[in-house]
Design a protein around this ligand. Structure first.
Ligand code: E4P
Length: 214
């Protein structure tokens, strides 16, 4: 299972990447806006830190604009993955990039049929948004499970990149249902380390060690 960090914050990326199990980065227009940086400059900086897939999202809503923007973004670094919205124009751009061997991540996936269309157009990743479905009273994790079944049925190589994950249980459930990748905010990654018994056990070991030195 791949882990990506979902942020544009370079300090978060550096810290999490140093832990060793982070494989790549996802960004979106909201995350880029938070940094106050130009997207191309930010993606270049990220590519100097992380040797793995880096998703950069297009802003255009028309296929021609998406293709133009995506081709410019792809020139920044070989690891750049072009993030496209799940729209009719997004699908035209997705097909274009798959034919050219440029990696894509189709985002804003909220149904299994949307994921199926993206897979048929050769998307490298689909990003189903688990937390945002939970927010509107659906069980987001059911979508990951449905897409897993469909992709397995037909042998699609498109990876399921579970997105909008909000807590450690989401991560464990994604692993249980077979998501290929999970993209996680920094706080969620940090939360994965925690268990009270680990902390208590370590405190006890250190206390016993200190006593034995006296
Ligand atoms: C995915 O690529 C998105 O950047 C992200 O996971 C969305 O998460 P949110 O619903 O917490 O904004």
């Amino acid at each position: 299972m791949e882990f990506f960090i979902d942020t544009g914050d370079l300090n978060e990326i550096k810290t999490a990447y140093a832990w060793g199990f982070v494989d790549g980065v996802t960004t979106n227009p909201s995350l880029v806006a938070k940094t106050g940086k130009d997207q191309a400059a930010l993606i270049r900086e990220i590519s100097e830190i992380v040797d793995g897939p880096i998703s950069a999202e297009v802003i255009s809503l028309e296929a021609d604009g998406m293709i133009k923007e995506g081709e410019e973004l792809a020139k920044i670094h070989k690891n750049v993955v072009i993030k496209l919205p799940m729209t009719k124009d997004g699908m035209i751009a997705c097909k274009h990039f798959s034919k050219k061997g440029i990696k894509t991540n189709v985002t804003l996936i909220f149904s299994a049929n949307q994921a199926l269309l993206a897979a048929k157009n050769g998307a490298t990743y689909v990003s189903p948004f688990v937390g945002r479905l939970d927010d509107v009273g659906q069980t987001g994790m059911d979508l990951i499970q449905e897409i897993r079944v469909i992709f397995n049925n037909y042998g699609f190589e498109t990876k399921i990149l579970a997105a909008s994950l909000r807590h450690s249980t989401h991560v464990k459930d994604c692993a249980m249902v077979g998501a290929d990748t999970a993209t996680l905010p920094f706080k969620v990654i940090e939360g994965l380390f925690n268990h009270p018994l680990t902390k208590n056990g370590l405190d006890q070991f250190m206390a016993d060690h200190a006593k034995s030195k006296k």
